[in-house]
Ligand binder design. Structure first.
Ligand SMILES: Cc1cc2nc3c(=O)[nH]c(=O)nc-3n(C[C@H](O)[C@H](O)[C@H](O)COP(=O)(O)O)c2cc1C
Length: 209
C-alpha cells in the first residue's frame, strides 16, 4: 500500500510517521520563563545531530494555530533549555508533564519533580534524570506555520555517577541508564534489549580512499 502525503491531512501523516519511525528517543525538556518559573515537557520528535558543534534538536507543534507551547515560548524568552533523558522509572512523571497545563502551572510541582539549578544555563534540570544536557539555543527553524525545530548547542552534560564506566575514556554504561523510547501512540519501549552488530571493513580494493 502507498500513502501519498500530498493528499493526507496533518493528523493522518502524523499517525503514519509516528507509528513507523520508532523507537524515538524522548527529550524531556526543562525550561523557565522570564520570571524564572520552571516548566517541563516531553518531545519525541527529537535527536542528536552531531558532536562538532554538539547539537540536539526537537520539534514543537502549536497546540492550536497561534497557541504556542510553554517550552517553545520559554526558549524564545530565555535562549536556553535542558534536555533530560527519561529513565523507565520516570515514565509516570514524564507523562504528567505532557498534560496540557496552563502556563502558570508549575509542572515540576505537579509531577513531584525536583528542579535542580543548572550551572551554565538558566533553565533548571530535572533531578533524578540519568542524563541531562544544558543547551544554549542555536537556532529555531520554522518548519511551517505550526511547527518549529529547536536546535541547541550542548554546553554541559550531566551523567549519574553509577552510569559512568570509565570517565577518563568517556565510557558510559548505556544499558545501565535504562532509558525509555517512544513507540506509537501511548506505547513505549525499554532500551535494555540490545544486540551488537560489528561494523564491516571492506576487503582490498573496496575501501574508500
Ligand atoms: C512521549 C511524548 C512525546 C511527545 N513529543 C512531542 C513532540 O515531539 N512535539 C510536540 O510538540 N509535542 C510532543 N508531545 C506533547 C507535549 O509533551 C505536550 O504538548 C506538552 O504539554 C508540552 O508541554 P509545554 O506546554 O509545557 O511545553 C509529546 C508527548 C509525549 C507524552
Amino acid at each position: 500500500m502507498k500513502f501519498d502525503f500530498s493528499t493526507l491531512s496533518p493528523i493522518e501523516r502524523y499517525k503514519l510517521i509516528s507509528s513507523t519511525v520508532v523507537p524515538r528517543p524522548i527529550a524531556w525538556v526543562s525550561t523557565c520563563d522570564a520570571e524564572g518559573r520552571p516548566n517541563a515537557g516531553p518531545f519525541s520528535f527529537f535527536n542528536a545531530f552531531g558532536e562538532d558543534p554538539p547539537v540536539l534538536g526537537f520539534a514543537i507543534n502549536d497546540r492550536r494555530p497561534g497557541d504556542r507551547k510553554d517550552t517553545g515560548r520559554n526558549i524564545r524568552e530565555t535562549g536556553d533549555f535542558v534536555v533530560n533523558m527519561v529513565a523507565d522509572h520516570q515514565a509516570e512523571e514524564m507523562n504528567i508533564t505532557a498534560a496540557e497545563f496552563r502556563p502558570e502551572v508549575d509542572e515540576f510541582a505537579e509531577a513531584g519533580l525536583e528542579a535542580v539549578p543548572s550551572e551554565m544555563v538558566r533553565a533548571p534540570r530535572i533531578g533524578g534524570s540519568p542524563v541531562s544536557f544544558e543547551c544554549e539555543l542555536l537556532q529555531i527553524v520554522e518548519l511551517g506555520p505550526h511547527r518549529s525545530l529547536v536546535l541547541g548547542r550542548i554546553v554541559l552534560m550531566h551523567v549519574v555517577d553509577e552510569a559512568v564506566r570509565d570517565a577518563a575514556r568517556y565510557h558510559i554504561d548505556t544499558p545501565g541508564l535504562r532509558l525509555l523510547g517512544r513507540m506509537q501512540g501511548n506505547w513505549y519501549v525499554r532500551t535494555a534489549d540490545a544486540l551488537e552488530i560489528p561494523r564491516i571493513i571492506p576487503g582490498p580494493g573496496k575501501i574508500a580512499e
